[in-house]
Design a binder for this molecule. Sequence first.
Ligand code: NAD
Length: 267
Amino acid sequence: MSNNVLSGKRGVIFGALDEKSIAWKVAEQCVAEGAKITLTNAPVALRFGGIHDLAKKLNTEVIPADATSIEDLENLFTKSQEILGGKLDFVLHSIGMSINVRKKREYTDIKYDWMQKTFDISAISFHKTMQTLWKMDAMNDWGSILALTYIAAQRTFPDYNEMAESKSLLESFARSFGYHYGTRNNVRVNTISQSPTMTTAGSGVKGFQEFFDYADKMSPLGNAPADSCAEYCVSLFSDYTRCVTMQNLYHDGGFSNMGMNPAALGL
Ligand SMILES: NC(=O)c1ccc[n+]([C@@H]2O[C@H](COP(=O)([O-])OP(=O)(O)OC[C@H]3O[C@@H](n4cnc5c(N)ncnc54)[C@H](O)[C@@H]3O)[C@@H](O)[C@H]2O)c1
């Protein structure tokens, strides 16, 4: 189903690693809705993932960029504007990685230089992305910038470890930068707080399958799948949401407003 709601728009999608990635689905749906996009990921991820297959399918280009490197980001936005033929209308930040989780360090035994790296990759990269776009004046007025987040920013999910603080920081950057970008260019900045989703980043969290099942039972609509998340992203890139900014928007089948669901207790 396509309604061409992104017709004529240009965008950059970070974070499509393989076909399970949320960003992969977003890229597919943006193109189906009429947008022209470029894809990007960290140079190391380009070697392992399938992003080149996606680029071929969508008839677009991949521009490598480590999202923690300002130089890479400048190159990404310069090349994207050249390829797409003008300033950008939307950007998706779909990046998350915790070194302490990957190395199986408990929250009470954190290695702090890894934590700083985690914050840099998972949250500060969002500020770097926006600051680079801002300084290059690379966004069209009334554009839309989005990042993906998780409810562990507000509530405690013990195995989410230092990613909880990463997401709190990420969401705060959306509010603070949203003020500046809205005032100068009417550009909106939001985060979507997505249900647990079976992807490489998601399934790296300890006990993910059990937690996925629990959240599915707690949510009246069940866990929101990645395809629906992509549709929500499209709506936030479209002109139908021009006055939505500085928000953390739950896309979670109702999970965030539940206290207890008998289904989760097997009743
Ligand atoms: N999967 C879930 O359960 C879930 C739930 C809520 C929010 N999210 C968020 O959604 C986003 C996308 O994750 P996903 O679940 O699709 O998993 P994913 O593993 O497919 O995507 C994560 C991406 O981050 C990229 N990345 C890592 N380091 C990078 C760097 N230095 N520079 C550029 N890119 C880098 C990876 O290469 C990968 O493409 C993340 O922000 C994640 O926290 C995921």
